[in-house]
Design a protein around this ligand. Structure first.
Ligand code: FAD
Length: 464
């Protein structure tokens, strides 16, 4: 198995039976790669060396654990040099091409391989490993998947063939354009107008099927769009007006060179390739539709269902890097005649960080496994995805903040691993559904799937 091949098999809960002689032996320590050369305390920006292969009870297979370890090492050895060589606030095309050549983008770009679907669990393992060793590569990879997701979901064979192999190879840059100045969490309130062109009928032939002859002009603004304004194409959600709210939204694939489409970069707390888009009567036709008119919102939601657990995996990877750095620091930092970890309050902080990180990781793996076992919607997929994203992103915020506390002032110095993580960990609690939105989604799913009432009421009837 090459370093970048997907791991064979899927995570399965280990049966509660006691170990037998036929049970696989625990992974030897040599399954972990040697610490990367740059991961020394001399380089405060470097992640700490990876921990030994886990023997956790929710068993990733040994091959999956080894794949994760190799990906962490590759992130340091092959991807970080590309990441470090460019402005982190711009699209990094050499990094994307390296990710493509390593075969990694294929795990994030749905449908790039004919007949294949992205494995949510493989995507989570990949995002977690890259988040640990090269967060810039992780983000670049995830954004290719997010931008290409609607093309795989609702695109025609022609659209898929034109764009998905290019995105998976890292030669074309994709972006997902849903948010607007007046519509973030309430995405169904989006206002970008798709105005029909006079004389363009609803029916016709061509690649777009019965809607191919239709033409619209897109007018309005999008904001906070990752990879804008440098992407090669945008999956754009616009109001075509078939119904109220989300029922009047259609998805379009808009190549970046369409007349009337402009954009500008935004400067963020954690530098990201991110910007605004302005649509000034940008022409689109039925051939640019992703799915049927009025069906754009489900296309967006299905894409987010796949990616939500993996946002959690990104957060878990960052939390693990912060935890490992803290373990190392607490073992080395002299304090009060010993080292920091001799203080019980510090040990308890480390224990709490590790426990919460592991709990978040398990929720992420469970949500991804549920997605893989489903058609991508229905059942408990949405609830699990929301729980995983909520728990993991909130946990990572806690873990990184506690790691900063354990490191003291050194963590706040520009260029330190934790200074970077402290800025990086904030946004995932807001994007792809803020934590409050995830809680509302979880509650809605609980009410929808509430079992019918059975048995006696919990309170006794009043004797009066
Ligand atoms: C780094 C980054 C990358 C991004 N990339 C993309 C991208 O590629 N494509 C894209 O389309 N968008 C992207 N976004 C935008 C992102 O999806 C929005 O920021 C997000 O949906 C929240 O919208 P908002 O920022 O307008 O906040 P608002 O919707 O104004 O919400 C502000 C706050 O109000 C509270 N709130 C909102 N709704 C509720 C509710 N229902 N119940 C309780 N409280 C609530 C929450 O605390 C929330 O954080 C990105 C954002 C960031 C930070």
């Amino acid at each position: 198995m090459s370093a970048t091949e997907p791991p064979p098999g899927r995570a399965t809960p280990t049966p509660p039976a006691p170990p037998t002689s036929s049970a696989p032996p625990p992974a030897p320590l040599s399954a972990s790669p040697p610490p990367p050369a740059s991961a020394t305390s001399a380089d405060p920006a470097a992640p700490p060396p990876p921990a030994a292969a886990s023997t956790s009870a929710f068993a990733l297979s040994r091959a999956q654990q080894e794949w994760s370890a190799r990906l962490r090492a590759l992130g340091t050895e092959r991807l970080r040099p590309h990441a470090d060589s460019r402005d982190p606030g711009r699209v990094n095309r050499p990094l994307l091409r390296e990710l493509g050549e390593m075969g990694l983008l294929g795990h994030a770009v749905p449908g790039a391989r004919p007949g294949e679907r992205v494995s949510a669990l493989d995507l989570c393992l990949l995002r977690e490993a890259l988040a640990y060793s090269c967060p810039q590569a992780e983000t670049a990879l995830a954004l290719q998947g997010l931008g290409a997701g609607p093309v795989a979901d609702g695109g025609t064979p022609g659209q898929r063939a034109r764009w998905l192999p290019e995105v998976a190879a890292g030669r074309a840059v994709a972006a997902f354009a849903l948010s607007e100045p007046g519509a973030g969490s309430d995405a169904a309130a989006l206002a970008l107008r798709a105005e029909p062109e006079p004389g363009a009928g609803p029916k016709g032939g061509g690649a777009g099927g019965e809607h191919a002859a239709r033409r619209w002009r897109l007018s309005g603004r999008k904001t906070w769009i990752s990879n804008a304004p440098e992407a090669d194409f945008y999956t754009v959600f616009a109001r075509t007006g078939e119904g109220p709210g989300s029922r009047g939204v259609s998805a379009f694939l808009v190549p970046a060179d369409r007349p009337g489409l402009t954009g500008a970069p935004l400067d963020m707390l954690a530098p990201h390739a991110l910007g605004t888009l302005t649509f000034d009567a940008v022409p689109v036709t039925g051939d640019d539709l992703l799915g049927a008119p009025g069906q754009g919102f489900p296309v967006a939601m299905r894409t987010l269902n796949l990616f939500r657990p993996s946002v959690g995996a990104f957060a878990v990877g960052m939390a693990q890097a912060a935890l490992d750095a803290s373990l190392q620091h607490a073992a080395e930092r002299p304090a009060f005649g010993g080292v920091l970890r001799d203080l019980q309050s510090v040990s308890h902080q480390l224990a709490e960080m590790a426990t919460r990180t592991e709990a978040a990781r398990l929720l992420v793996y469970a949500a991804a496994s549920a997605y893989d076992a489903s058609t991508g919607t229905g059942g408990d997929v949405a609830r699990r995805a929301a729980m995983a994203k909520l728990m993991a992103t909130e946990t990572a915020q806690y873990v990184v903040d506690t790691a900063v506390q354990i490191h003291g002032a050194a963590a706040l110095q520009r260029g330190h691993l934790l200074e970077h993580l402290y800025r990086e960990v904030r946004a995932p609690r807001i994007y792809e559904g803020a934590s409050e939105v995830q809680r509302s989604l979880i509650a809605k799913e609980l009410y929808r799937t509430r079992p019918p009432r059975t048995g006696r009421p919990h309170t006794k009837e009043s004797p009066t």
